[in-house]
Design a binder for this molecule. Structure first.
Ligand code: SAH
Ligand code: SF4
Ligand code: F3S
Length: 453
């Protein structure tokens, strides 16, 4: 029983006031895992710090989606050698998606003796045992086994008191040819609908105002469950929960964005009027080579359906620039698509080769310089689009969840509107964590400004 290790560690560490530093990289699912890890550490009796130099235990919760993310983590682990020599009792752990790759484990064993614990993505509940084993044996303790245990024994330590992430499924079955996620997160596993509904109900009762449902492709939620709800059915159930709150979700795969889903979004009052719909490319050949299983035409049908009901419906997307052998013409189709769709925001990435994926075997002839040039062009075009597109809100009323103080303007607060637009407005700090209605007075290409009404 894992419980025993928590009890043993409580005794070992009692009265020593040890602080933990937990840093999550990557997507919101990983951040959510980081909150579970914190929950387990809290049960052992650790408190938390934002400064690794004050920590007695450090956990780096890693992401493997792009090479740059991995190299950054190895850089940070390298720099922690100094902390370890100053404090030999310091425990350094690595968790998250990077641990699922044999080559990273080998590299840690070989070159980073300062690492004490390696905790696989399916092994979060083993953390107390690994800490215990490390203390007993004074060497690297690791568990990267692949059992599908995703229930967490401890209560999450959430970053926010009004915004909560709720994973509804884990893993991915899609095998987009560029992507490492299916290899590091395994196959799709959905959580039981009752567990999700109970968790959301409890969060709402505890004052949470925004619930973010998470999965690599939430649209395939429930397909692996016997008599499970579909994702639209789950949304409708959550929409019935009493209380003033907003439901968001990500990510939604365009191939599975059914009319039923779109109608659900349009009809449910608590579901945000915004859809993050990652397109990746605006060219059908590239989409095929990516194994995305939709065409530009099919994607636009989805966009048009939403826009025919709400002409300003907010959309955001992910784009990969420079997929192996993407030509300039093919890239221009992406430019054409973003002009046509008018996204409020795009998250764009230069293609990163990931060992083990299908695309990694392609002999890529596109020069790196062309890829960076395309990236610059994409960002510039999107800046103009956002600039123009955000003007549609001027003079309108927006419902915004105030989430903090503006770093740029004294006396101003920031927040996210229902449409997922950043808003800045004058207001008292006491409003943070509450919904406010603002009238939009001006817009920029990344936010709107307004006045509380
Ligand atoms: N499951 C989500 C996204 C997960 S990863 C989805 O399908 O939408 C988030 C984003 O990272 C992806 O949408 C993609 O744009 C980007 N990405 C994934 N693998 C990548 C790679 N090898 N190189 C560059 N960007 C990548
Ligand atoms: Fe990766 Fe594709 Fe799965 Fe998203 S849907 S996690 S991009 S394989
Ligand atoms: Fe990265 Fe793992 Fe998320 S690879 S994007 S942290 S699922």
């Amino acid at each position: 029983m894992e419980m025993n290790y928590t009890e043993k560690l409580k005794e070992t560490f009692s009265g020593r006031n040890i602080k933990a530093y937990v840093h999550s990289f990557g997507c919101q699912l990983n951040v959510s895992d980081g909150e579970k890890i914190k929950g387990i550490l809290k049960e052992i009796g650790f408190s938390f710090t934002d400064n690794p130099e004050n920590a007695g235990i450090i956990i780096l919760n890693t992401c493997a989606v792009r090479e740059s993310a991995e190299e950054r983590v190895f850089g940070i682990i390298g720099s922690m050698k100094k902390l370890k020599s100053e404090n030999p009792d310091l425990i350094i752990g690595v968790s998250g998606c990077m641990t699922a790759q044999e080559k990273n484990l080998e590299r840690i064993k070989k070159s980073y003796p300062q690492v004490d614990i390696v905790l696989g993505t399916s092994a979060i509940n083993s953390l107390p045992r690994l800490i215990y084993e490390h203390i007993q044996n004074k060497r690297l303790a690791y568990d990267i086994s692949e059992y599908a245990d995703f229930s967490c024994s401890a209560e999450q330590v959430r970053e926010s008191s009004f915004k909560a992430s709720v994973p509804i499924m884990f893993g991915c079955n899609n095998f987009c040819t560029y992507c490492i996620v299916p290899y590091v997160r395994g196959r799709e596993r959905s959580r039981n609908a009752d567990d999700i509904i109970n968790e959301v109900t409890e969060l709402v009762n505890n004052g949470y105002k925004e619930i973010m449902l998470l999965g690599q492709n939430v649209n395939s939620y429930g397909k692996d469950l016997e008599n499970g709800l579909t994702f639209p059915q789950l949304l409708r159930e959550l929409n019935k929960i009493q209380g003033d709150f907003i439901i968001r979700f990500m990510s939604s795969h365009p191939k599975d964005a059914t009319k039923e889903l779109l109608d659900t979004i349009l009809e449910c009052d608590k579901v945000a009027k915004h859809l993050h719909l990652p397109v990746q490319s605006g060219n059908n050949n590239i989409l095929k080579a990516m194994n995305r299983n939709y065409t530009v035409e099919k994607y636009l049908e989805t966009v048009n359906y939403l826009r025919s009901h709400d002409s300003g419906f907010s959309l955001t997307t992910d784009i990969i620039v420079g997929f192996p052998n993407e030509t300039d013409e093919e890239f221009q189709d992406t430019i054409k698509l973003i002009k046509q769709v008018e996204y409020d925001n795009i998250y764009s990435f230069i293609y990163s080769r990931r060992n083990g994926t299908k695309a990694s075997t392609i002999d890529d002839k596109t020069p790196e310089e062309s890829k960076s040039q395309r990236m610059r062009e994409l960002l510039e075009v999107q800046r103009e689009i956002s600039d123009r597109h955000y003007k549609r809100f001027i003079g309108k009323t927006m419902r915004v969840l105030a989430d903090g103080k503006s770093k740029k303007h004294e006396g101003f607060l920031t927040g996210k509107s229902n449409e997922f637009i950043i808003a800045e407005f004058k207001g008292d700090e006491s409003l943070i964590g509450q919904f406010v209605n603002i009238r939009v007075t001006d817009s920029m290409n990344w936010a709107v400004t307004g006045e509380i009404i």
